[in-house]
Design a protein around this ligand. Sequence first.
Ligand code: ZN
Length: 107
Amino acid sequence: MKLYIKCDSCDQKIYLSTQARHKSELPEKFKLSCPNNVCKKEHEYKREDVIAEPSNGTGAGGAVVGGLLGLVGGPLGLIIGAIIGGVIGASTDQSDSEAANKFNSGG
Ligand SMILES: [Zn+2]
């Protein structure tokens, strides 16, 4: 799952590079600079502002990665790549959305 905060200025999602599984693992308050080139505003955020998002894109993302591998490896590589990508995506989707739900409801 991915953790993000919405920028106070431009509403853009700022993804956090932390592997925290629970809000208590995050600092109570922290400052973040918006990565949006137009915005770049720094704000102070609370850990309550952090939202977990299941990496539901993993299925599609895995397929895309697999597809790219396929371009290198030829037609057979494409098939194998797509299957591997699909399997990785499927196995992580459910536990990931559970983890995200837990994070969001865990306070
Ligand atoms: Zn911003």
